[in-house]
Design a protein around this ligand. Structure first.
Ligand code: SAM
Length: 250
């Protein structure tokens, strides 16, 4: 069988778009629980400025800005179109006095552009990165009081670099998409933050509280299986996905 062509940039872009804008309508359970996680640690303080690394089109910021009306948000995002889309959305929804997206690379954040900040968050972005040490370096270079993230992690001394080749797209468009789904070691991240002056560290698995049905379309769509102890496994395509919330502070 001859290899299928990879998806064009536009096709992959469309897939990212679908993902990036769906939370404007309904925030995902993990986003709602992530905010609970931040609140429980008394991190959502009126007057603070939070920066979101890999903010997409700003859908999570949009939800958080409505939930925390006295906090300011800046999202850093590589994709220019998403930045423009999100900023327009903030203007249309009268959130632009407290929310903005700027184009930039979270490996090389521009302190001057970001301004003073209190905390850094990052949602479903670390799994797309290949160099976790460089990422933590970039976070620490901005000297936030704290950092918190929601991504794929493993509570052991193992990283897993997974490359998803999604042939569902081949059926639709004749191409296939390729994207990372990387899992990083929690103890290694803890040690890395500690070394950079962030001794407080907590991790918590995200346990979803609703059943997600299997779509039987053979793609990556996440579904749940209930275990005997009542917890739910989350499964995306061939992977059991272990979502965690992590928190590091000075
Ligand atoms: C899965 S999306 C998550 C977007 C958003 N946090 C959300 O949950 O809707 C990951 C985003 O990270 C962005 N990204 C990837 N690498 C980046 C980098 N080095 N700097 C800034 N953004 C990056 C991608 O363009 C993409 O929009």
């Amino acid at each position: 069988m001859s290899p299928l062509p990879r998806a064009t940039f536009d096709e992959l872009g469309q897939k990212n778009w679908n993902y990036a804008i769906r939370q404007f309508e309904t925030p995902s359970r993990s986003t709602v629980f992530f905010c609970d996680f931040l609140e429980e640690r008394q991190l959502m303080k009126p007057g603070d400025h939070l920066v979101d690394f890999g903010a997409g089109a700003g859908a999570v910021i949009h939800y958080m800005a409505r939930r925390y009306p006295e906090i300011r948000f800046t999202g850093l995002e590589l994709n220019r179109e998403m930045v423009d889309y999100g900023n327009k959305r903030f203007r249309d929804d009268h959130l632009d006095d407290r929310c903005r997206l700027i184009q930039g690379d979270c490996y090389y954040p521009d302190k001057g552009l970001l301004g003073d900040l209190d905390g850094i968050i990052s949602i479903h972005t670390i799994m797309f990165l290949n160099d976790i040490e460089a990422f933590i370096n970039a976070v620490a270079s901005l000297q936030p009081k704290w950092f918190a993230t929601n991504s794929l992690f493993y509570d052991g001394m193992v990283d897993a670099f997974v490359e998803i080749h999604d042939y569902m797209d081949a059926l639709k468009s004749g191409g296939h998409t390729i994207r990372p789904y990387n899992f990083f070691s929690i103890p290694r991240i803890r040690e890395s933050f500690e070394r950079r002056g962030y001794p407080v560290f907590q991790s918590m698995p995200f346990e979803i509280d609703i059943d997600l049905p299997k779509r039987n379309d053979g793609g990556m769509g996440t579904y749940t299986e209930k275990l005997e102890n009542g917890k739910r496994l989350q499964i995306s395509g061939p992977l059991i996905v272990s979502w965690y919330f992590l928190y590091a502070s000075k």
